[in-house]
Structures are given as structure tokens and as C-alpha cells.
Design a protein around this ligand. Structure first.
Ligand code: TXA
Ligand code: MG
Length: 329
């Protein structure tokens, strides 16, 4: 499984060369691996959409090393932005800001805003320091599938469609960045929950922050499309695995627990867990890789135990709700 990976791995130096020539390279970030291209090269950007099978109305995030590099790509920014940038960037926070004319319609999907992010992963930073254009980079998964947090996920899913992958180890955060933006009255909105929570943003800004994930019908951030991040096997989510398991008695069942059970009465099933002790950061880090692992085991269906929804739990619950069918409603 890992063996065929080797041919696709490229150095940072090689990745810079490929990107300058309009190619596609998957790069590690602290959240998930991104599928990167020169954001100023229309053909390269078009290839991102093509290789992911991504609908053209789903805009891309621009990645920069630092604010000085990003400033010409945005219009007027709210004062809040500078406070958040100083506190959280580089890191897993994406800002939705008014765009400048340098941002193509393909990138913004004809929105008047552009999403920008300053990743923290040292390899992403080294790459960004060595180029003089922004990187457009969605998560490096086929559209709708689980996001990749290890290089072999990318190679197995998209290897034949891209020019290389930079090895960066396992992503430490494990879920996509938090997306923050402002409405026309200056209210702060969180469009996608991530490891930086609305509560933390609110504390830094000393004002209320509204979480609007899943609220809008219109595509504001299609990371919020209801079916997203899902395994290929039929997947079900429940707070009560013990009860709901009987629905699937004829099937080979893979169970993913939040916390590793000491003993399980389901030893005729395949049992995996997101964490040893329920630590939310660990659960986030392992969320996609555990689903990925289970999806590739010999099971007919996947049953996932739901988590609590406070703070970071909200981001995890959000991803789980998009991964499968909720059996509890
Ligand atoms: O952690 C991350 O953000 C990763 C790494 C690679 O940086 N990237 C990522 O990209 O998750 P992607 O394309 O998988 O998700 C970006 C989300 C999408 O839901 C997209 O709709 C939203 O950001 N988005 C991007 N630009 C936008 C815009 N101008 N207006 C509204 N939503 C936007
Ligand atoms: Mg994505």
C-alpha cells in the first residue's frame, strides 16, 4: 500500500519548480494536505478543479507566507482582521475578505470576497517563501471524499492526476482551518469550524462571534455542503452504538469509537477509535485518518460514535455530521 507512493514524493525545491511551470503539487499544512497550484496561472487553477472533480462554484483559498504578500490581493480589511492575524497567524485560520482585482473569478467563484490563509507547517512556509505568487490550495482529496492528513492518502486518491506530493508527515491539527468573515455591519461570522474555536476568536476580539456553519442555503462556503468529507462505505453516526448496531446485524460492521473501549462486546466487528482518552485535539487529529483506515478495511458499513458539541467538539461534530447519516433523528 505504501510502496507505490515513493515515485510521487518530491522535494520542496522540485515542488517550487513544478509550481512555477504550472503544475499541481500536494503540500502538507498543519490542517490537511492541500492541492496547490500557482493562483495566478488560470490553467493551473483550472486543473485543480479538474483533478478533484470540484464544482466550479466552490471557491479556493489563497495561501501566503505573510500579510505583506497578501495585501495586494484584498480590498479594505476590518480592524478585527489585524488583531486576529497578530494572534492566530500563521495558523489554521482562514479570512474571508473583500477581494482585489488581482483575484481571478475562478479563484473566488465570482464572489466579491477572497479567502486567504497563512499556514503554519514549516514545509508549507518554506515553499511559500521560495515563490512570488500565492498558492491556491483546496484539500487534496477528490471532491466529497475524506480530506487527507497523510501523504499516502493523497497518493492513493489523486496520485495519477498530480505532479508530485511533498512529504510532511501527519498533519497535526487534522481538520480544515476555521473560516472567519464579516458581514456588511462588521459582525464576525464563523463559516467553518476548525481547531481555532469561535470562543477563542471572540476572546481575542472582545466581541460576539456568530457561528453560521450549515445555516445558509446559498453557497457562502461550500465546505458546508451537507454531504462532504464522507467515506465510500455507507456511514452512520449515533450517540448510542450499543443500541443502533442491531439495525445492521447482517453486515460486516466497522465501529469507530470516540474513546478506545477497555472491553467491547462487539468483538465480531472491527473496532477502531479516534482517541485513547477522549482528548478533543487528538480526536480532531485522528478523525479523517481513522475514517480513511476503516474505509479501506473489510467492512460493509461504518458506524461512528458521535461526540459532544462544545468548542472544538463542534468542529468535530460538524465533520461527522457530513460524513454519514445521523441515526439519532
Ligand atoms: O485547512 C484548510 O483550509 C485547507 C488547507 C489545504 O489550507 N484547505 C481547505 O480548502 O480546506 P477547501 O477548498 O477544501 O475548503 C475551502 C472552503 C470551501 O468550503 C470554500 O467554499 C470556502 O473555503 N471558500 C473559499 N473561498 C471562499 C469565498 N470567496 N467565499 C466563500 N467561501 C469560500
Ligand atoms: Mg475540502
Amino acid at each position: 500500500m505504501y510502496f507505490c507512493s515513493v515515485g510521487k514524493i518530491v522535494s520542496v525545491q522540485k515542488a517550487v519548480e513544478i509550481l512555477k511551470n504550472g503544475g499541481l503539487v500536494a503540500i502538507p499544512t498543519e490542517t490537511v494536505y492541500g492541492l496547490a497550484a500557482n493562483a495566478l496561472n488560470e490553467d493551473a487553477v483550472q486543473n485543480i478543479f479538474k483533478s478533484k472533480g470540484r464544482p466550479s462554484n466552490n471557491p479556493l483559498i489563497l495561501h501566503f507566507y505573510q500579510w505583506e504578500d497578501a495585501v495586494s490581493f484584498v480590498g479594505k480589511v476590518p480592524d478585527d482582521f489585524y488583531k486576529l492575524y497578530a494572534y492566530f497567524s500563521p495558523g489554521p485560520l482562514t479570512y474571508l475578505l473583500p477581494k482585489s482585482s488581482l483575484v481571478s473569478e475562478k479563484i473566488s467563484a465570482k464572489n466579491t470576497t477572497v479567502a486567504i490563509r497563512f499556514p503554519q507547517h514549516p514545509i508549507a512556509q518554506e515553499l511559500l517563501k521560495n515563490i512570488d505568487f500565492p498558492l491556491a490550495a483546496p484539500s487534496a482529496n477528490p471532491s466529497g471524499y475524506i480530506s487527507p492528513t497523510q501523504s499516502f492518502h493523497v497518493i492513493q486518491q489523486l496520485g495519477d492526476k498530480i505532479d508530485g506530493v511533498v512529504e510532511g508527515g501527519e498533519c497535526t491539527k487534522g481538520i480544515e482551518s476555521t473560516i472567519v468573515g464579516w458581514d456588511e455591519w462588521g459582525n464576525v461570522l464563523v463559516y467553518r469550524s476548525g481547531t481555532i474555536t469561535a470562543k477563542e476568536i471572540s476572546e481575542v476580539l472582545q466581541k460576539d462571534v456568530k457561528v453560521v456553519t450549515g445555516e445558509h442555503k446559498k453557497i457562502v462556503a461550500p465546505g458546508m455542503l451537507s454531504k462532504h468529507y464522507s467515506p465510500k462505505k455507507p456511514t452512520y453516526i449515533t450517540a448510542n452504538v450499543n443500541q443502533k448496531i442491531h439495525h445492521f446485524s447482517e453486515k460486516k460492521i466497522g465501529i469507530i469509537w470516540q474513546i478506545k473501549p477497555d472491553v467491547t462486546m462487539f468483538d465480531n466487528c472491527i473496532n477502531l477509535s479516534f482517541s485513547e482518552n477522549g482528548d478533543l485535539k487528538t480526536i480532531a487529529k485522528n478523525l479523517y485518518s481513522t475514517m480513511y483506515q476503516m474505509d479501506n478495511l473489510d467492512v460493509d458499513i461504518i458506524l461512528i460514535e458521535k461526540c459532544l458539541e462544545g468548542d472544538l467538539g463542534l468542529a468535530i461534530a460538524d465533520r461527522l455530521s457530513r460524513a454519514g447519516i445521523n441515526l439519532d433523528i
